[in-house]
Design a protein. Sequence first.
Length: 136
Amino acid sequence: MEFPENKKIVLFDGVCNLCNSSVLFILRRDRKDQFRFAALQSEIGEQFLNERRINSAETDSIILYEPKVAYYTRSTAALKIGKSFGGLWSLLAILEWIPRPIRDFFYNLIAKNRYRWFGRKEHCMIPTPELQSKFL
């Protein structure tokens, strides 16, 4: 499957409650219709990881893919998503001044404990009919 070239793709852990809540958070703030979503466990998510030789054991929570630009992981992906909302969210750019290893340390701490702290689902989230067009 080809990714839409005019949309940013958020690949997320489809069985993680925190990740699913984050997707809903993004959907509510995506006023410019910039994003499309796919679970990392889906066929398209696995295809993305395989084509780019990304180790799913090391990058298992969030990836932001900007077609013809780059893909971002962990804290960088989260910051870029937040900044794209505009307004006060643009202030998140300040956090990019913190070196990535430090940001990712805290991101990884949450990601490592996300199932214990927030729970997990048996299956990937199934979008409502209204949101179906946002998912690949």
